[in-house]
Design a protein around this ligand. Structure first.
Ligand code: PLP
Length: 440
């Protein structure tokens, strides 16, 4: 490592004494000498406590859609602070924001707010169970939907031979009740026959199909439009509620999210990251008949839902996303970045492609985009894994794990972050080539 992380390392040792792994989310732990602590952030840039500056392509895993500390949103949030916080009562602004969401996302006939993506998906699953009268659900392999027990499972491709049975299902760690296992089924993305077969076998128990059509936690591997439409038909046929998890794609890949891009309406959909430009707020929304179950048998709420600061930030963020060309700026920056990265890689004959939407593109070191998680799992992602720490040293922050796409915000364009990024990328690629040569 070339940059100094002396203060971060020192702080990490201290933090370990009070905080498990020294952080407040397992994903923020990058190893004992690589875990970074942030001093502050502005626009597309982060500064760590050692004074290292980074152009950030993680953007908090998506929330920073406009950029860190956006003055327009922060001004609105300050006004929200004056309103008083939470009152165990509602305010008029909730309706205004809900109306904006319905306007931008036609599937969002009715809207309920929560604080995090996890809470929104939890609510969607509960609604789906109540509506369908069935307790099990399907998750797409490689998908991530939050930190609650019903979704913290994975299909163990490693322990599975293609062509035999379905892959075994394992919990993502300890403490997850084993009895929930029988409620979870997995299906690979983009294989409607597999899904149909699964539903034929288990439709009596399956009440929900949970899908993120651009897999923001799996290189942005993307469902085909045909697959999404076929899945929708199958869900209708077998009385399964289709939940489209737009926690990452919502208000990012288009004003109306992935549903607008792919031309369909989910039964239920969930949103979080981009809504408040980083202020904690999320949404479960969808078909009126399903959403009306809230208050008619289905429990939903929370002390902190619609905190006046987060709600005011959401009102302003959505106004900007709806009424300005911010999303176009973001998509264009992403496209220019991809062109630049591609030129560098092609000049060195390194096979690669980009997957997903340019606002959250996955970089794959293969000339064929993966169709599903199984494809990614069987691919060689060692180039990315070796390159990521080099980029960090050169002041470009991407996720160490290649499954996380490159998140773009409006400030990347405003801050003119492109030339620094491309210069760093070129250097990182050359160092990576040398390193891999020496390893061989
Ligand atoms: N759903 C998706 C698609 C996500 O990407 C995430 C988080 O990354 C979640 C749900 C959970 O959101 P949160 O971390 O806000 O609980």
């Amino acid at each position: 490592m070339r940059r100094s992380l002396i203060r971060s390392n020192r702080h990490h040792k201290k933090a370990l004494q009070k905080l498990p792994l020294g952080v407040s989310s397992n994903f923020r732990y990058w190893g004992k000498d690589k875990t970074i602590y942030i001093d502050h952030a502005k626009g597309s840039r982060l500064w760590d406590i050692d004074g290292n500056e980074y152009v950030d392509y993680r953007m908090g895993y998506g929330p920073g859609i406009l950029g860190y500390a956006d003055p327009r949103v922060d001004e609105a949030a300050r006004k929200g602070m004056e309103i008083g916080g939470v009152f165990a009562l509602s305010t008029e602004l909730e309706l205004e924001v809900a109306e904006r969401i319905s306007k931008m996302v036609p599937a969002a006939e009715l809207v309920r707010f929560s604080n995090s993506g996890t809470e929104a998906v939890m609510a969607a699953l509960r609604l789906a169970r109540a509506h369908s009268g069935k307790d099990s659900h399907i998750i797409v392999e490689g998908g991530y939907h939050g930190i609650f027990d019903s979704v913290l499972w994975y299909a163990d491709i490693e322990e599975w031979k293609p062509g035999t049975d379905d892959p075994p299902i394992e919990a993502e760690g300890e403490g997850i009740p084993k009895l929930l296992k029988k409620l979870v089924h997995f299906t690979p993305l983009n294989d409607a026959n597999y899904l149909e077969d699964l539903l034929k076998r288990h439709h009596q128990d399956i009440g929900a199909f949970l899908i993120e059509p651009i897999m923001g936690n799996c290189c942005s591997i993307t469902a085909t439009q045909e697959y999404v439409h076929a899945a929708q038909e199958l869900c209708e046929k077998y009385n399964v509620v289709m939940i489209v998890d737009e926690v990452k794609t919502g208000f990012r890949v288009a004003k109306g999210g992935v549903q607008e891009l792919m031309g369909f309406k989910a039964d239920l959909c969930t949103f979080a990251k981009a809504i408040g430009n980083g202020y904690p707020i999320s949404v479960v929304a969808g078909r009126e008949d399903i959403m009306r179950r809230i208050g008619d048998g289905v429990f939903h709420g929370g002390t902190y839902t619609c905190h006046s600061v987060a709600l005011a930030a959401a009102a302003k963020t959505l106004e900007i996303l709806d009424e300005t060309d911010a999303l176009e700026t973001i998509a264009n920056y992403g496209a220019t970045l991809q062109t630049g990265l591609s030129e560098i890689l092609s000049a060195r004959d390194i096979p690669h492609c980009f997957v997903g939407h340019t606002s959250m593109g996955g970089l794959i070191f293969n000339d064929q985009p993966p169709d599903n998680y199984r494809d990614w799992f069987n691919s060689d992602y060692s180039f990315y894994d070796t390159m990521a720490p080099e980029l960090h040293d050169l002041g470009v922050l991407c996720e160490p794990d290649s499954r996380e796409p490159l998140f773009i915000c409006e400030a990347h364009a405003k801050d003119d972050s492109l030339s620094h990024t491309l210069k760093a990328f070129e250097q990182a690629v050359d160092v990576t080539i040398e390193k891999i040569k020496h390893q061989a």
